[in-house]
Design a protein around this ligand. Structure first.
Ligand SMILES: Cc1ncc(COP(=O)(O)O)c(C=O)c1O
Ligand SMILES: N[C@@H](CCOP(=O)(O)O)C(=O)O
Length: 462
């Protein structure tokens, strides 16, 4: 299995090389040269299997010969052993033909744990072979950072630097990043928004001198391994509702487009997904792009679903690559236009292709609060604000095909927003009971590439 860049001008890599590389050297994102197909029989055989076995069967064709079957099975087993639910990703019914896929039973209470726990194990195995150190730099609007720190803290051979937008993550998210005591993790509060954090991370990858000298690696969903791990729960959820004999649709609370792109990959592999519905908050660039054909940034507006406060949605590039017939030069041109003018028009052919798979909707702040209140009153289920954005949009797309909305985080990560909607503060699990009394360790940084690079160099030299 080979991996190619969405901009068509970077070296072709194997799975483990693509994983350790992160962003391609032409600025693009790695994708598999071909998407492996699963037959109806392969998919039917997943029904009733445990999550780990499903994960092995779905991901195995993407790995090539980077790991033996036994190594890969052991890696998967270790990755999900710490999850707080036997099913790992349980499905609960929210209403007639509407289901919630609970993805918040991992160690940091968000869907990011599914991928981050796995790539923590994959990195460890790869680094042990190579005997080298790497420097991971990541950008977060709250959840990727805490999941990455949890997965990599204390790991031999790895330093982790996480840039988060100062004052724009929830207190639980911030404390998950700033309270671990391990000296290989570094929480950096940047004066700016998530897009600034993500742009500085990409700048570091595009500064080859810096990139090579610190052996830079990335754990954002620019890393293909992140997306791959998320493909699995689309299969586990769909087969438990009768796939491949019964199609399903998914609604996905969306920001950086990584999670929904994983659903797109599952569909391309043969999983009968009728529609993938993009649910955005008031930062609705993806919804507007689908509706109008123009991808236009507008500046981030802070919301009660802060992890989705994103305008430059990294993985949309992967979807554009396919929609433009895998024409890397065309994608490179769009991305240059985005950098220079803040937007671009999607060609008619490409927007038609995207609309065959994706629908979209936007939930306002009031609609999000009302959805949290409505779901609680009707079912007793407490939704996190991101999940509520998904549920609100999903409710407008219900039909004869079962709809599965991804519940992307635990409500206790966003107690203020939940309390404002239902008057109750959801409790953190007992293992996190002391989160609010642990001392914090954080470094404030300006939105300045050179300053951040020298801080990284200094810290890894000590
Ligand atoms: C809780 C939560 N929901 C939804 C999203 C959006 O996911 P994606 O960025 O993969 O579109 C995020 C951030 O990634 C998140 O943390
Ligand atoms: N919502 C994310 C933003 C980063 O997305 P990623 O999936 O590319 O890592 C977060 O919580 O940090």
């Amino acid at each position: 299995m080979k991996y190619i860049s969405t901009r068509g001008a970077a070296p072709v890599l194997t799975f483990d090389q693509a994983m350790m590389t992160g962003l391609a050297r032409d600025g693009g994102l790695y994708v598999p040269e071909t998407i492996p197909a699963m037959t109806q029989t392969d998919i039917a055989a997943l029904a009733g299997l445990g999550y780990e076995e499903t994960a092995f069967r779905v991901m195995r064709p993407f790995i090539g010969d980077c790991f033996t079957d036994q190594e890969f099975q052991d890696i998967i087993a270790r990755a999900y052993a710490g999850f707080g639910h036997a099913a790992r990703a349980p499905l609960v019914q929210l209403g007639p033909n509407h289901f919630l896929l609970e993805l918040f039973h991992g160690p940091t209470l968000a869907f990011k744990d599914f991928a981050m726990q796995l790539i923590g194990q994959l990195f460890q195995a790869a680094l042990q072979r190579q005997g080298e150190r790497v420097t991971i730099v990541g950008a977060t609007s709250g959840d990727t950072g805490s999941a990455a720190i949890e997965a990599f803290r204390g790991l031999e051979g790895v330093d982790v630097f996480i840039l988060f937008p100062d004052g724009r993550v929830s207190e639980v998210q911030r404390r998950q990043m700033t309270t671990p005591v391990e000296t290989n993790v570094h929480a950096l509060a940047l004066a700016g928004d998530f897009d600034d954090c993500q742009a500085r991370v990409k700048d570091m990858f595009n500064d080859f001198d810096f990139r090579d000298s610190v052996r830079l690696a990335g754990v954002n969903s620019i890393n293909w391994a992140r997306v791959l791990a998320q493909v699995v729960y689309y299969f586990s959820a769909a087969t438990s509702l009768g796939a491949p004999h019964r199609p399903v649709s998914f609604t996905v609370p969306t920001g950086n487009f990584g999670d929904i792109f994983a659903g797109y990959v599952a569909r391309r592999m043969g999983l009968p997904i009728e529609r993938l519905v993009i649910a955005t908050n008031q930062n609705d660039i993806l919804h507007r792009a689908l509706k109008t054909g123009r991808y236009q940034t507008e500046g981030v507006r802070p919301s009660i679903s802060p992890s989705m406060d994103i305008q430059v949605s990294s993985n949309f590039e992967r979807a554009l690559f396919d929609a433009y017939g895998r024409d890397g030069a065309a994608v490179a041109q769009l991305m240059q236009e985005l950098r220079q003018t803040g937007g671009f028009r999607i060609s008619q052919g490409a927007i038609d292709v995207l609309r065959e798979t994706f629908l979209s909707g936007r939930a306002s702040e009031d609609e999000t609060r009302a959805t949290i209140a409505g779901a609680f009153a009707a079912t007793g289920e407490i939704l996190c604000p991101h999940t509520a954005v998904g549920v609100n949009v999903a409710e407008r797309h219900l039909g004869p095909v079962p709809m599965i909305t991804l519940a992307t985080a635990h409500p206790a990560k966003f107690p203020d927003a939940v309390e404002a909607a239902i008057g109750l503060r959801p409790a953190l699990p007992p293992r996190m009971a002391d989160l609010f009394v642990r001392p914090e360790r954080v470094t404030r940084v300006a939105n300045d590439l050179a300053g951040i690079e020298s801080l990284v160099r200094e810290r890894i030299a000590n």
